[in-house]
Write a protein that binds this ligand. Structure first.
Ligand code: NAP
Length: 496
């Protein structure tokens, strides 16, 4: 059970503690932030509302701990990460339980998120040992006008303090996707978990604590992003920000100083369906891509662009599958569970009502109880409807009928987002041409968009992000290149 057994020290009465200087602490603010269970809409947990002084203290510790961590042999850093991964996987139950309670993630998917996170940490440790153990050796005479008098040695060095801010929908996985690369590369790490998802993150941080990482190297500051977010992201001690979330990331980018940023933001992933597509495959992928975790995924299918000639048949197939989706509590592994908050449910409802007023065809009756919204397929959506462009982050999938492939590509490219997209066709040549034409970070051919496997590069164009994720890219982003040049008195040619 969450907050008991091995995890008993992370809670003080009914308020979860924050983590600093290798210890679990109660904030001097005397205030806490409530986490509302999205399904029951009742307070489920409480976390500390940390103060600016506590942030300052954590940053100082992070700066000093990083100095000795950078001198810790790479294989030892990797060993500790493997240990943390094993502890995390052995103790998946309390983390999965809190994911169910604070973000209404179906129980089975919650376990999967924790196990996947353990695997990510281990993979990152292995990848780090390989890529950080290698550098480059360059010779000067390859550049015009130079003799062979300079030998250049390059290696990758840490940045310093990395600030990690993940979103609510994969709080554990998207936290470790920042923590593990930062640590293997020799950085220290300050985590600001999402409020919905903070308790799962605190349990995850305790697994790193139990693995025996040095004091102050990892910290976890809790509190509302709207209250402490600016103070954290503009803190002078921060040398890199890795953020995943919505439009907040755009304002953070504008305020952050001259530091590397890894921003993974929203998406409006299009699913382009050609006349020759396998419609059963498309229908299953629209269900998986559009409705899993109730559509609250950055890479959810958020608009279907289908050729008019096959649209009726596809809509019928998807409708039949939507009818089979179960709706209810996350504890029962329902396919569709409550969305994260009342404001999120209200926003989704606003998009649905706008589509209704403008004449979209409702394939099911719109139904909502509290934060629970029944799955909804909207046909005959037109570009003047908000749902054609905005990210619902809920179980609502709009279908736009197109009369040419170009129309589909144009719609996809007119979006301010550019995260992923997908195309369904049996013609691989057409698929490649369409993939090249789509202005998105990734295009999936004959499958729904997806972030994983976690070692694949993952990036958004336009308002969907800066930088690239994926284990290797994250390690590289959290390092700088350092060079040492050996200057010889005369040109030297080996075997010369
Ligand atoms: P969000 O509202 O942007 O919040 C993300 C994180 O930012 C949370 O930890 C939040 O803390 C924190 N935050 C809020 N205000 C802040 C501020 N002023 N300064 C610094 N941090 C601040 O996003 P969300 O609702 O959690 O997640 C949904 C969004 O994330 C969607 O748009 C989705 O597409 C996107 N997403 C993108 C990816 C990707 O990889 N591209 C993956 C998953 C999700 P609090 O919770 O305390 O407010």
């Amino acid at each position: 059970m969450a907050g008991t057994g091995l995890f008993a020290e992370i809670i003080d009465g009914e308020v979860y503690k924050y983590y600093a200087d290798g210890e679990w602490k109660t904030s001097s603010s005397g205030k806490s932030v409530a986490i509302i269970n999205p399904a029951t809409r009742k307070p489920q947990y409480k976390v500390q509302a940390c103060t600016q002084e506590e942030v300052n203290a954590v940053m100082e510790m992070a700066k000093s701990a990083q100095k000795s961590w950078a001198k810790t042999p790479l294989w030892k850093r990797a060993e500790l990460l493997h240990k943390a991964a094993a502890i995390l996987k052995d103790n998946k139950a309390p983390m999965a339980e809190s994911l169910v309670k604070e973000i209404a993630k179906p129980a089975k998917d919650s376990v999967t998120e924790v196990v996947r996170s353990g695997d990510l940490i281990s993979y990152c440790a292995e990848e780090g040992v390989r890529i950080l153990g290698e550098g480059k050796f360059l010779l000067s005479d390859s550049f015009p006008g130079n003799d062979r008098t300079k030998y250049c040695l390059t290696s990758k060095i840490p940045l310093g303090v990395v600030l990690a801010i993940p979103p609510f929908n994969y709080p554990v996985n998207l936290a470790v996707s920042k923590i593990a690369p930062a640590l293997i590369a020799g950085n220290s790490l300050v985590l600001k978990p999402p409020t919905q998802g903070a308790v799962s993150c605190l349990h995850m941080v305790h697994c790193f604590h139990l693995a025996g990482f040095p004091k102050g190297l990892i910290s976890c500051i809790t509190g509302k992003g709207s209250e402490i977010g600016d103070f954290l992201t503009m803190h002078p001690a921060v040398n890199c920000i890795s953020f995943t979330g919505g439009d907040t990331g755009i304002s953070i980018s504008k305020k952050a100083g001259m530091i590397p940023l890894q921003m993974e933001l929203g998406g409006k992933d299009a699913c382009i369906v050609l006349e020759d597509a396998d419609l059963d495959l498309v229908a299953s992928n629209i269900i998986k891509g559009g409705f899993s975790y109730s559509g609250q995924r950055c890479t959810a299918v958020k608009v279907v662009l289908v050729m008019e000639s096959v649209a009726d048949e596809l809509v019928e197939k998807v409708k039949a599958k939507v009818a089979k989706l179960t709706v209810g509590p996350p504890e029962d592994n329902s396919d569709i569970t409550a969305v994260v908050s009342e404001s999120s449910a209200n926003f989704i409802e606003g998009l649905v009502m706008d589509a209704k007023e403008k004449g979209a065809t409702f394939c099911q009756e719109y139904k909502r109880e509290g934060n629970l919204i029944w799955p909804l397929l909207l046909d005959n959506v037109r570009p003047d409807m908000r749902i054609a462009w905005e990210e619902p982050f809920g179980p609502v999938v709009p279908v736009l009928r197109i009369s040419s492939v170009e129309e589909g590509i144009n719609h996809c490219n007119a979006s301010n987002f550019g995260l992923q997209g997908c195309v369904f066709t049996k013609d691989i040549n057409k698929a490649i041409l369409i993939s090249d034409a789509m202005e998105t970070g990734t295009v999936q051919i004959n499958s729904a968009p997806a972030r994983g496997p976690d070692h694949f590069p993952f990036q958004g164009l336009k308002d969907s992000g800066i930088g690239s994720q994926g284990v290797t890219n994250s390690i590289n982003l959290m390092t700088k290149v350092k060079t040492t040049v050996i200057n010889l008195p005369t040109p030297s040619y080996s075997m010369g």
